[in-house]
Design a binder for this molecule. Structure first.
Ligand SMILES: [Zn+2]
Length: 251
């Protein structure tokens, strides 16, 4: 999802390019998908929501499923390691709420960026529009907030997006703030949609089928190391989130 991707590859020599993206910061992604990615030397973009709710879309009744990261110290340490390993962290709004977001697009775009950058200490240049749609009401706020690109989702029906691939040789027609993607289901016929000379943007949600509650995703040794490191980092101003959003819950 990096902006310079197209300049680095030539459609005459590359069969196709695949970008892997993961939405919502679900714990199962870090527990199950991340080790697989790392073991194969593959890198991905993780779009995270900048609130401390223990589950994703808690407001819609998901109190005992859809466990997500809560930006605890051990979560932040895991994410910092993930960035060090070459993965990208992007923003996926503050509230991820269908009626709140249209009322406060600047907060969703700008505050989520500031919060995540403050927590992790890395620049966030990619945004993902929630609910798998390229929301027009958010696009201007996302540009104003300083992002370099934004990913949406497929046209209806959701699992059969019509434009989730881009000709590598046709960069002039590419809209960086309206990147479509293909939502990956359990039974993908990769050969059925893979196109030589094209860039495919894929997205994953729940991964592995096993609920992962709010246990630490780090080994005990890594937890001790990160506790020590975070104690030092907490003294730095950049480690302190600039605001507490009303929807945030303490872990
Ligand atoms: Zn989402």
């Amino acid at each position: 999802m990096q902006g310079s991707l197209r300049q680095r590859y030539d459609s005459r020599t590359v069969q196709s390019i695949i970008s892997l993206t993961f939405d919502d910061g679900l714990r199962c992604q870090f527990e199950s998908a991340l080790p697989i990615l790392n073991s194969h030397g593959m890198r991905a973009t993780f779009f995270l929501i900048a609130n401390r709710n223990p589950t994703h879309d808690l407001w819609s009744g998901h109190t005992h499923d859809w466990w997500k990261i809560q930006w605890r110290d051990d979560d932040v340490a895991m994410l910092r390691q993930l960035v060090q390993d070459g993965h990208e962290i992007g923003s996926h709004s503050v509230t991820h709420h269908p009626t709140e977001m249209p009322k406060q697009p600047a907060l969703e775009a700008c505050e989520s960026k500031k919060l995540i950058e403050g927590w992790i200490g890395t620049r966030v240049s990619s945004f993902c529009y929630p609910f798998y749609r390229s929301h027009a009401f958010l696009a201007d706020a996302v540009k104003d907030a300083g992002y370099e690109q934004a990913r949406g989702g497929g046209t209806q029906p959701l699992y059969e997006p019509g434009a989730s691939y881009y000709a590598i040789s046709d960069a002039a027609r590419f809209d960086r703030f309206n990147v479509d993607c293909r939502q990956i289901s359990k039974n993908e016929d990769v050969a059925g949609w893979l196109r030589p000379g094209y860039w495919h943007v894929l997205t994953f949600h729940a991964f592995g089928g096993i609920p992962v509650r709010s246990k630490s995703l780090l080994s005990r040794k890594a937890q001790r190391a990160c506790a020590s490191r975070n104690a030092q980092l907490r003294t730095s101003a950049t480690d302190t989130p600039s605001t507490q959003h009303p929807l945030e819950l303490e872990p």
